[in-house]
Design a protein around this ligand. Structure first.
Ligand code: SAH
Length: 265
């Protein structure tokens, strides 16, 4: 009797010891089951897009700058910057620099703007889902790609034909279907699709081009660097109110390539 009780106690003890191991074991298995796929998923993502992590780091840097008083850059704009593959918009030799917060050469003496400036100009244009936006200075197509998911349509004009053509096929290949491009002098805007809710000019003008002001909708915004020399440019926000009155504000000093003049719109 005593012996049977002892065995039973021993079994209970063994059972409970097994029970005390089973729970942590099960938890460990569960944790592993969760961690391994997550790690594998991260590894697969990194393999698929090795630039995703540097892109996130860049956006974290921009987020820290986003409320510095110049103009606030909202989450919607920052989210788009985590999605648009800037490395696809620069020449192969520049790819390793694609997620540094600085402008890069894109050929023909032109540059892709600094990501902070792209984010700031996008925020100042106050993009809305129904908006039709004009960009002057397609360049690489990056600014147009950033605007693309935030608005209904983007019309973008480039004066250097090979750059404009390259940007067009790049934007198409990457699926930015609501971006329409054209090779022309953007000083004259794009009459057929005017008026625009917003206009973003990414080359520095001597003064605000009157045809662009005319193609801005009442209630519309234009963001444009203005200034003759490379050292005295200012980013301006031009707002047209509901009655068509125009108000201009200086935002911050900038350095853009010049808005050159072609043969006409
Ligand atoms: N938005 C571009 C920045 C390009 S730099 C990007 O995201 O990459 C400015 C561009 O404006 C250059 O490609 C330059 O050729 C173009 N440009 C200069 N003058 C122009 C004009 N009058 N009309 C259209 N594009 C012009």
């Amino acid at each position: 009797m005593l012996g049977r009780m002892k065995v039973a106690a021993a079994e209970r003890w063994r059972g409970s010891r097994c029970g005390s191991l089973a729970l942590p074991l099960a938890l460990a298995c569960l944790l592993l089951a969760c961690l391994v796929p997550a790690q594998a998923q991260e590894a697969r993502k990194a393999q698929k897009d090795p630039y995703a992590a540097p892109r996130r780091a860049l956006v974290a840097e921009l987020r820290a700058q986003a409320d510095d008083g110049v103009a606030s850059i909202g989450n919607d704009v920052l989210r788009v910057l985590t999605q648009v593959p800037r490395h696809e918009f620069v020449p192969a030799a520049q790819r390793r620099h694609a997620y540094q917060n600085r402008p890069l050469a894109i050929g023909y003496g032109q540059t892709i703007s600094q990501p902070y400036i792209v984010a700031l100009m996008t925020a100042l244009a106050k993009p809305d889902a129904d908006d039709v936006v004009l960009e002057v200075g397609t360049g690489s197509g990056y600014q147009a790609a950033v605007l693309s998911p935030l608005v209904a349509k983007v019309y973008s004009i480039e004066i250097i034909a090979p750059l404009g053509e390259q940007a067009r096929s790049r934007l198409q290949a990457l699926g930015y279907d609501n971006v329409h491009t054209r090779i022309a002098d953007g000083y004259y805007g794009w009459k057929e699709h005017a008026p625009f809710d917003a206009i973003v000019v990414t080359a520095a003008a001597q003064s605000v081009p009157p045809p662009l002001v005319a193609q801005l909708k009442p209630g519309g915004r234009m963001v444009i660097p203005v200034g003759g020399s490379f050292f005295t440019q200012v980013l301006m926000l031009v707002e047209k109110d509901a009655k068509g009155r125009v108000r201009t504000r200086q935002i911050l000093p900038v350095r853009f390539v010049p808005l050159t003049r072609g043969s006409g719109g």
